[in-house]
Write a protein that binds this ligand. Structure first.
Ligand code: ADP
Ligand code: MG
Length: 263
Protein backbone atom coordinates (compact mmCIF):
# COMPACT_ATOMS: atom_id res chain seq x y z
CA UNK A 1 0.00 0.00 0.00
CA UNK A 2 1.37 3.38 -1.02
CA UNK A 3 1.08 5.02 2.39
CA UNK A 4 2.93 2.21 4.07
CA UNK A 5 5.98 3.13 2.04
CA UNK A 6 6.13 6.66 3.36
CA UNK A 7 8.08 6.73 6.60
CA UNK A 8 7.31 9.17 9.38
CA UNK A 9 10.65 10.91 9.00
CA UNK A 10 9.77 11.62 5.38
CA UNK A 11 6.62 13.53 6.41
CA UNK A 12 6.93 17.15 5.32
CA UNK A 13 4.66 20.16 5.25
CA UNK A 14 3.21 18.94 1.98
CA UNK A 15 2.89 15.28 2.90
CA UNK A 16 -0.64 14.02 3.37
CA UNK A 17 0.12 10.42 4.22
CA UNK A 18 -0.27 11.09 7.95
CA UNK A 19 -3.28 13.38 7.74
CA UNK A 20 -5.07 13.34 11.07
CA UNK A 21 -6.96 16.58 11.59
CA UNK A 22 -8.88 17.02 8.37
CA UNK A 23 -9.70 20.69 8.61
CA UNK A 24 -10.13 22.64 5.38
CA UNK A 25 -9.23 26.32 5.29
CA UNK A 26 -9.82 28.56 2.29
CA UNK A 27 -7.48 31.56 2.39
CA UNK A 28 -8.35 34.20 -0.15
CA UNK A 29 -9.22 31.45 -2.62
CA UNK A 30 -9.83 32.90 -6.07
CA UNK A 31 -10.99 30.97 -9.10
CA UNK A 32 -11.21 32.42 -12.57
CA UNK A 33 -12.12 30.79 -15.84
CA UNK A 34 -10.31 33.07 -18.28
CA UNK A 35 -11.55 36.57 -17.46
CA UNK A 36 -14.58 35.23 -15.62
CA UNK A 37 -14.02 35.33 -11.86
CA UNK A 38 -16.31 32.75 -10.23
CA UNK A 39 -14.90 32.80 -6.68
CA UNK A 40 -13.83 36.18 -5.30
CA UNK A 41 -11.34 35.35 -2.56
CA UNK A 42 -13.06 32.89 -0.28
CA UNK A 43 -12.10 32.81 3.41
CA UNK A 44 -13.69 29.89 5.17
CA UNK A 45 -12.56 27.35 7.75
CA UNK A 46 -14.22 23.98 8.09
CA UNK A 47 -13.22 22.07 11.20
CA UNK A 48 -12.12 18.46 11.36
CA UNK A 49 -15.14 16.19 11.68
CA UNK A 50 -17.57 18.97 10.90
CA UNK A 51 -20.59 18.56 8.61
CA UNK A 52 -21.09 21.66 6.46
CA UNK A 53 -23.86 22.26 3.94
CA UNK A 54 -23.07 24.61 1.05
CA UNK A 55 -26.20 26.35 -0.16
CA UNK A 56 -26.75 28.93 -2.87
CA UNK A 57 -28.42 29.62 -6.20
CA UNK A 58 -27.43 27.85 -9.40
CA UNK A 59 -24.22 29.28 -10.85
CA UNK A 60 -23.09 30.82 -7.54
CA UNK A 61 -19.83 28.81 -7.43
CA UNK A 62 -20.74 25.89 -5.13
CA UNK A 63 -19.35 23.12 -7.34
CA UNK A 64 -16.24 25.12 -8.11
CA UNK A 65 -15.67 25.70 -4.40
CA UNK A 66 -15.56 22.02 -3.52
CA UNK A 67 -13.79 20.96 -6.72
CA UNK A 68 -10.89 23.19 -5.69
CA UNK A 69 -10.35 21.16 -2.52
CA UNK A 70 -9.01 18.09 -4.30
CA UNK A 71 -7.85 20.08 -7.31
CA UNK A 72 -10.34 18.83 -9.84
CA UNK A 73 -9.88 22.52 -10.74
CA UNK A 74 -6.70 24.48 -10.06
CA UNK A 75 -6.83 27.63 -7.91
CA UNK A 76 -6.16 30.97 -9.57
CA UNK A 77 -4.97 32.71 -6.38
CA UNK A 78 -4.91 32.24 -2.62
CA UNK A 79 -4.59 28.82 -1.05
CA UNK A 80 -6.50 25.97 0.54
CA UNK A 81 -4.97 24.45 3.65
CA UNK A 82 -5.82 20.89 4.56
CA UNK A 83 -4.77 19.91 8.06
CA UNK A 84 -2.98 23.28 8.08
CA UNK A 85 -0.90 22.34 5.05
CA UNK A 86 -0.98 24.49 1.91
CA UNK A 87 -2.17 22.58 -1.17
CA UNK A 88 -1.97 25.06 -4.05
CA UNK A 89 -0.04 23.71 -6.98
CA UNK A 90 0.65 20.26 -5.54
CA UNK A 91 1.59 17.69 -8.15
CA UNK A 92 2.51 14.06 -8.56
CA UNK A 93 2.68 11.71 -5.60
CA UNK A 94 1.68 14.31 -3.00
CA UNK A 95 -1.39 15.32 -5.02
CA UNK A 96 -2.37 11.66 -5.39
CA UNK A 97 -1.98 11.23 -1.65
CA UNK A 98 -4.09 14.30 -0.97
CA UNK A 99 -6.81 12.99 -3.30
CA UNK A 100 -6.82 9.63 -1.56
CA UNK A 101 -7.60 11.49 1.70
CA UNK A 102 -10.48 13.38 0.04
CA UNK A 103 -13.42 11.44 -1.40
CA UNK A 104 -15.70 13.05 -3.99
CA UNK A 105 -19.28 12.11 -4.85
CA UNK A 106 -20.64 13.57 -8.09
CA UNK A 107 -24.18 14.50 -9.03
CA UNK A 108 -24.08 12.09 -12.00
CA UNK A 109 -22.41 9.23 -10.05
CA UNK A 110 -19.58 8.92 -12.63
CA UNK A 111 -19.36 5.12 -12.33
CA UNK A 112 -17.58 3.11 -15.00
CA UNK A 113 -20.39 1.60 -17.08
CA UNK A 114 -18.48 -1.52 -18.13
CA UNK A 115 -17.41 -2.46 -14.59
CA UNK A 116 -19.43 -4.09 -11.82
CA UNK A 117 -20.23 -2.31 -8.56
CA UNK A 118 -17.42 -4.24 -6.92
CA UNK A 119 -14.91 -3.43 -9.67
CA UNK A 120 -15.85 0.25 -9.55
CA UNK A 121 -14.66 0.22 -5.94
CA UNK A 122 -11.61 -2.03 -6.25
CA UNK A 123 -10.22 -0.29 -9.35
CA UNK A 124 -8.64 2.71 -7.59
CA UNK A 125 -7.63 0.65 -4.57
CA UNK A 126 -5.63 -1.70 -6.78
CA UNK A 127 -4.29 0.58 -9.47
CA UNK A 128 -3.87 3.86 -7.63
CA UNK A 129 -3.25 2.72 -4.07
CA UNK A 130 -1.49 -0.54 -4.82
CA UNK A 131 -3.76 -2.86 -2.83
CA UNK A 132 -3.62 -6.59 -3.51
CA UNK A 133 -6.68 -7.88 -5.40
CA UNK A 134 -7.97 -9.97 -2.50
CA UNK A 135 -7.63 -7.18 0.06
CA UNK A 136 -9.32 -4.70 -2.29
CA UNK A 137 -12.21 -7.15 -2.77
CA UNK A 138 -12.68 -7.61 0.97
CA UNK A 139 -12.67 -3.85 1.47
CA UNK A 140 -15.15 -3.30 -1.40
CA UNK A 141 -17.57 -5.93 -0.04
CA UNK A 142 -17.37 -4.34 3.40
CA UNK A 143 -18.25 -0.96 1.87
CA UNK A 144 -21.08 -2.38 -0.24
CA UNK A 145 -22.51 -3.86 2.94
CA UNK A 146 -22.20 -0.49 4.65
CA UNK A 147 -24.31 1.15 1.93
CA UNK A 148 -26.79 -1.75 1.86
CA UNK A 149 -25.77 -3.26 -1.47
CA UNK A 150 -24.08 -6.55 -0.59
CA UNK A 151 -26.29 -8.37 -3.09
CA UNK A 152 -25.40 -6.04 -5.98
CA UNK A 153 -21.62 -6.55 -6.09
CA UNK A 154 -21.71 -8.19 -9.52
CA UNK A 155 -24.18 -5.78 -11.11
CA UNK A 156 -23.13 -3.18 -13.63
CA UNK A 157 -24.42 0.39 -13.25
CA UNK A 158 -27.08 -0.10 -15.95
CA UNK A 159 -28.59 -2.88 -13.85
CA UNK A 160 -28.87 -0.62 -10.81
CA UNK A 161 -31.31 2.16 -9.97
CA UNK A 162 -30.03 5.72 -9.67
CA UNK A 163 -30.15 5.52 -5.90
CA UNK A 164 -28.19 2.27 -5.92
CA UNK A 165 -25.61 3.73 -8.33
CA UNK A 166 -25.11 6.72 -6.08
CA UNK A 167 -24.67 4.44 -3.08
CA UNK A 168 -21.97 2.54 -5.01
CA UNK A 169 -20.35 5.90 -5.78
CA UNK A 170 -20.37 6.76 -2.07
CA UNK A 171 -18.81 3.39 -1.26
CA UNK A 172 -16.15 4.07 -3.88
CA UNK A 173 -15.44 7.51 -2.43
CA UNK A 174 -14.93 5.89 0.98
CA UNK A 175 -12.67 3.09 -0.28
CA UNK A 176 -9.35 4.69 0.62
CA UNK A 177 -10.69 5.71 4.07
CA UNK A 178 -10.59 9.44 3.34
CA UNK A 179 -10.62 12.01 6.13
CA UNK A 180 -12.78 14.34 4.05
CA UNK A 181 -15.74 13.58 1.80
CA UNK A 182 -17.21 16.08 -0.65
CA UNK A 183 -20.69 15.73 -2.12
CA UNK A 184 -21.82 17.78 -5.13
CA UNK A 185 -25.63 17.68 -5.19
CA UNK A 186 -25.63 13.91 -4.71
CA UNK A 187 -29.41 13.57 -4.97
CA UNK A 188 -30.16 16.09 -7.73
CA UNK A 189 -30.08 13.52 -10.53
CA UNK A 190 -32.33 11.07 -8.68
CA UNK A 191 -36.02 10.33 -8.96
CA UNK A 192 -37.75 11.54 -5.79
CA UNK A 193 -38.37 8.03 -4.45
CA UNK A 194 -34.62 7.32 -4.43
CA UNK A 195 -33.46 10.42 -2.61
CA UNK A 196 -34.19 9.01 0.84
CA UNK A 197 -31.93 5.96 0.54
CA UNK A 198 -28.96 8.13 -0.45
CA UNK A 199 -29.59 10.72 2.27
CA UNK A 200 -29.87 7.91 4.77
CA UNK A 201 -26.39 6.60 3.86
CA UNK A 202 -25.08 10.16 4.15
CA UNK A 203 -26.71 10.56 7.55
CA UNK A 204 -24.96 7.44 8.76
CA UNK A 205 -21.62 9.00 7.77
CA UNK A 206 -22.26 12.38 9.34
CA UNK A 207 -20.50 12.88 12.68
CA UNK A 208 -18.68 9.57 12.30
CA UNK A 209 -15.41 11.51 12.39
CA UNK A 210 -15.08 12.23 8.68
CA UNK A 211 -15.20 15.88 7.61
CA UNK A 212 -18.21 16.23 5.33
CA UNK A 213 -18.90 19.08 2.90
CA UNK A 214 -22.20 18.78 1.08
CA UNK A 215 -23.49 20.98 -1.73
CA UNK A 216 -27.21 20.35 -1.63
CA UNK A 217 -30.68 21.63 -2.40
CA UNK A 218 -32.14 19.30 0.23
CA UNK A 219 -32.97 21.96 2.79
CA UNK A 220 -34.51 19.57 5.31
CA UNK A 221 -31.38 17.42 5.17
CA UNK A 222 -29.12 20.47 5.65
CA UNK A 223 -31.23 21.57 8.58
CA UNK A 224 -31.07 18.15 10.20
CA UNK A 225 -27.46 17.09 9.77
CA UNK A 226 -25.29 20.15 9.16
CA UNK A 227 -23.32 21.73 11.98
CA UNK A 228 -23.14 24.89 9.90
CA UNK A 229 -24.62 26.20 6.70
CA UNK A 230 -22.52 28.26 4.29
CA UNK A 231 -24.53 30.40 1.87
CA UNK A 232 -22.74 31.54 -1.25
CA UNK A 233 -23.90 33.76 -4.07
CA UNK A 234 -22.00 35.43 -6.91
CA UNK A 235 -18.75 33.79 -5.84
CA UNK A 236 -18.82 35.18 -2.27
CA UNK A 237 -19.60 33.58 1.07
CA UNK A 238 -22.44 35.79 2.26
CA UNK A 239 -23.49 33.99 5.42
CA UNK A 240 -22.25 31.25 7.74
CA UNK A 241 -24.64 30.11 10.44
CA UNK A 242 -26.02 27.25 12.45
CA UNK A 243 -28.90 25.72 10.47
CA UNK A 244 -31.48 26.62 13.12
CA UNK A 245 -30.49 30.28 12.77
CA UNK A 246 -30.02 30.26 9.00
CA UNK A 247 -33.40 28.76 8.23
CA UNK A 248 -35.41 30.78 10.74
CA UNK A 249 -33.50 34.09 10.71
CA UNK A 250 -31.33 34.47 7.58
CA UNK A 251 -29.39 37.73 7.88
CA UNK A 252 -28.26 38.55 4.35
CA UNK A 253 -30.99 39.86 2.01
CA UNK A 254 -29.84 37.45 -0.71
CA UNK A 255 -30.06 34.53 1.70
CA UNK A 256 -33.57 35.69 2.63
CA UNK A 257 -34.56 35.83 -1.04
CA UNK A 258 -33.01 32.43 -1.73
CA UNK A 259 -34.90 30.81 1.13
CA UNK A 260 -38.18 32.39 0.07
CA UNK A 261 -37.76 30.69 -3.29
CA UNK A 262 -36.71 27.23 -2.13
CA UNK A 263 -38.68 26.68 1.07
P1 ADP B 1 -22.96 26.09 -8.93
O1 ADP B 1 -22.38 24.76 -8.62
O2 ADP B 1 -23.22 26.94 -7.74
O3 ADP B 1 -24.16 25.99 -9.82
P2 ADP B 1 -20.55 26.43 -10.50
O4 ADP B 1 -19.43 26.37 -9.53
O5 ADP B 1 -20.82 25.21 -11.30
O6 ADP B 1 -21.87 26.92 -9.76
O7 ADP B 1 -20.30 27.60 -11.52
C1 ADP B 1 -20.00 28.93 -11.11
C2 ADP B 1 -19.75 29.78 -12.35
O8 ADP B 1 -18.59 29.30 -13.01
C3 ADP B 1 -20.88 29.73 -13.36
O9 ADP B 1 -21.01 31.02 -13.92
C4 ADP B 1 -20.37 28.76 -14.39
O10 ADP B 1 -20.90 29.04 -15.65
C5 ADP B 1 -18.88 28.99 -14.35
N1 ADP B 1 -18.12 27.78 -14.71
C6 ADP B 1 -18.14 26.60 -14.04
N2 ADP B 1 -17.31 25.71 -14.59
C7 ADP B 1 -16.73 26.34 -15.65
C8 ADP B 1 -15.78 25.95 -16.65
N3 ADP B 1 -15.22 24.73 -16.65
N4 ADP B 1 -15.42 26.88 -17.57
C9 ADP B 1 -15.96 28.12 -17.56
N5 ADP B 1 -16.86 28.55 -16.65
C10 ADP B 1 -17.25 27.68 -15.71
MG1 MG C 1 -23.03 22.87 -9.08
Amino acid sequence: MLFGLVTHSAASAADFSHLTQASVEFRGAVKQYGEHRVLNGINLTINAGEVVAILGPSGSGKSTLIRLINQLEPLTDGDILIDNRPTRGLKGRVLRELRSRVGFVFQQFNLYAHLTALQNITLALEYVHGWKTDAAKVRALELLEQVGLSDKADHQPAQLSGGQQQRVAIARALASSPQIILFDEPTSALDPEMIGEVLSVMKSLAHSGITMIVVTHEMQFAREIADRVVFIDGGDVLEIAAPADFFSRPQHPRAQRFLQKVL
